[in-house]
Write a protein that binds this ligand. Structure first.
Ligand SMILES: C[S@@+](CC[C@H](N)C(=O)[O-])C[C@H]1O[C@@H](n2cnc3c(N)ncnc32)[C@H](O)[C@@H]1O
Length: 283
């Protein structure tokens, strides 16, 4: 029996901006517009991030060719998930001795034990994941020094890490979106999944150091053509911009005529909420 991709409802390792809350809408859009198992289709996840949308696309449309653009080198983290799991168990053993409750601040003594264990660990050290277990939410940890500098909190996850059959039969590439989209722009039955970094928001979680700026965004708008599924946040003023280019008949405005929109409200806490949008068009 040939191995099949397994459906994930969240990325196997932490990834900021993963579209876990959008998977139902994403499935609905795919199923309403691509018949059966997707035979003859190509689906290009141009801003792949964690690969979660590529994973779900391949699960829903197993005969489609699915391309995951791994600009962040997330696959490298996945390849070392067994080491990361070993480290998780090791750190849990340390923290257990102190009988902390979840989210509790870790004492200086325990912190030093943790740092020593990480330093001595001979396997791969995935600091983004380690940071998600020990740093206050929102803090960015990319190196040992980042971790050593901050207060630690007990946020280690209880579930065993596993990425089995996550990217089975998915094509992985790593390139700038401009090159990738230009390559597929005129190919028939090719869906673009577009989930760029949001403008005006924190991008330091991502591996690449060059900021996705307003010029990149304008180039993306120029390269977009149906069929596409475009994710955006109100914060990045995407919908206002699309309305503007439609009103002024700016270059490539035709690509967005009669696009459909799904609006989603997300609540961060009682004072902070925002709206996300999924704009899509097939014909
Ligand atoms: C909002 S995240 C995508 C999240 C993804 N859909 C998921 O569910 O995990 C945006 C991604 O675009 C990547 N990115 C930034 N600049 C890029 C570029 N020039 N070309 C391709 N990808 C880029 C970022 O590194 C990040 O992984």
């Amino acid at each position: 029996m040939t191995e099949r991709v397994k459906k994930y409802s969240k990325a196997p390792l932490p990834f900021v901006g993963q579209k876990r809350n959008f998977l139902k809408d994403f499935a609905h859009i795919l199923d309403s517009n691509i018949s059966n198992d997707g035979e003859g289709w190509t689906i290009v996840d141009a801003f792949g991030g964690s690969g979660l949308l590529a994973n779900n696309a391949k699960y829903l449309k197993p005969k489609a060719t699915v391309i995951y653009n791994d600009y962040d080198n997330y696959v490298e983290r996945l390849q070392h998930i067994n080491d990361t799991e070993k480290l998780r168990v090791l750190l849990l053993d340390i923290v257990d001795k102190y009988q902390y409750v979840k989210k509790q601040k870790i004492s200086e003594q325990c912190k030093q034990e943790i740092l020593t264990a990480i330093e001595n660990f001979s396997g791969y050290k995935d600091y983004l994941t380690i940071g998600s277990w020990l740093a206050f939410s929102g803090k960015i940890v990319k190196t040992f020094d980042d971790l050593a500098k901050i207060n630690l909190y007990y946020r280690i996850v209880d579930c065993e890490l596993n990425a089995e059959s996550y990217l089975t039969n998915i094509h992985i590439t790593k390139q700038d979106f401009k090159k990738l989209l230009a390559e597929y722009k005129y190919k028939e039955k090719t869906l673009f999944i577009l989930d760029p970094p949001y403008l005006c928001t924190e991008q330091r979680f991502y591996k690449q150091d060059n900021y996705f700026n307003v010029v990149d965004f304008a180039e993306l708008i120029n390269l977009t053509r149906p069929p596409f599924i475009f994710f955006s946040a109100t914060k990045s003023e995407f919908i206002s911009y699309i309305n503007f280019i439609m009103k002024n008949k700016s270059p490539n405005y035709e690509s967005f005529i009669n696009a459909q929109i799904i609006r989603k409200n997300s609540v961060i806490n009682k004072d902070v909420f925002y709206q996300d949008n999924i704009l899509y068009k097939f014909a």
